[in-house]
Design a protein around this ligand. Structure first.
Ligand code: A3P
Length: 289
């Protein structure tokens, strides 16, 4: 937790991204049946999925992703800077959010809107979150990795508990219009899983369009694209805007370079306690990494 963190309905939130007003706006937002919403815990591959969906919607033509910033293509449902764009967007609207299910727009639950829920090995989420947090100065710079890990396990980090987020959203997994996609599956087979996304969205592409969409969704293409490789932050203290690189390593299993054996075992114990009642087949990280 930092000076710019505040609690909203018990969940720590980052004032650089959201405000009480923007969170209330999200809760009362009128979801439409043809909306497509990308939902994830931070550092799970949200922006990768934004790129994939953007390229599918634009039929593999890269012009949109190369000329319009990711947050304008797919505004944050709860973002204090970008959510107003949603009201002006012609349908079908794209949007993204890290909201836990209990803070999601109430209107979604009676709509036919499509959700793509992106998950990732939580140890890589922690590793990625720790480094980006340091980079963005979102973390107390004195915080060691061990302290961050402890806070993460307690849910004392921005957007709250990974366990609660995941368990909460997975209650929707058998409902229509919900696609579960993992970062690890995308890494293992980008083409095959992009086909799944095309089918889910009802947007078949020609072979040429599909090849182009796959090519422009790669780590290297996104890294070189200034419209895709950035997160925009507004410092709540002086209202200055900062664009920070979003892509870091883009690999599975980087946690092994960071966790000690003891930290890994301690995390595994909590993970087993909290997640064991869910089908392990939902979480492909051990299989592919
Ligand atoms: P790392 O920090 O492990 O590199 P989010 O968008 O949810 O914040 O997730 C960011 C993570 O997704 C970062 O992970 C980033 O590098 C990775 N990422 C983004 N685009 C990617 C791509 N095309 N291929 C692989 N990883 C990607």
């Amino acid at each position: 937790m930092t000076d710019s963190t505040f609690l909203f309905k018990g969940i720590p939130m980052q004032a650089d991204f959201v405000s009480v007003e923007s969170l209330l706006f999200a809760q009362n937002f009128l979801v439409k049946d043809d909306d497509v919403i990308i939902v994830s815990y931070p550092r799970s591959g949200t922006h990768w999925m934004i790129e994939i969906v953007s390229l599918i919607v634009s039929k593999g033509n890269p012009t949109w992703v190369q000329t319009v910033k990711n947050y304008a293509r797919c505004p944050g449902l709860d973002s204090k800077d970008w959510q107003k764009l949603l009201l002006d967007q012609d349908g079908p609207r794209l949007m993204a959010t890290h909201l836990p299910i209990q803070l999601f727009p109430k209107s979604y639950f009676t709509s036919k809107a499509k959700i793509i829920y992106v998950i990732r090995n939580p140890k890589d989420v922690i590793t990625s979150g720790y480094y980006i947090g340091k980079h963005l100065s979102l973390l107390n710079n004195q915080q060691t990795f061990g302290e961050y890990l402890h806070a993460f396990i307690q849910g004392d980090v921005t957007w709250g508990s990974w366990f609660d987020h995941t368990i909460g959203w997975l209650t929707r997994r058998d409902t229509a219009n919900f696609l579960l996609m993992s970062y690890e599956e995308l890494q293992r087979d980008l083409r095959g899983n992009m086909q799944k996304v095309c089918q889910f969205l009802g947007k078949p592409l020609s072979p040429e369009q599909f090849d182009s969409a796959v090519q422009h969704s790669s780590f290297s293409a996104m890294k070189e694209n200034a419209m895709s490789n950035s997160i925009m932050l507004r410092n709540p203290e002086d209202d200055t805007v900062h664009n920070i690189p979003l892509l870091r390593k883009g690999t599975c299993g980087d946690w092994k370079n960071v966790f000690t054996v003891a930290q890994s075992e301690a995390f595994d114990t909590v993970y087993q306690e909290k997640i064991s009642r869910l089908d392990p087949g939902l979480f492909p990280w051990s299989e592919y990494c």
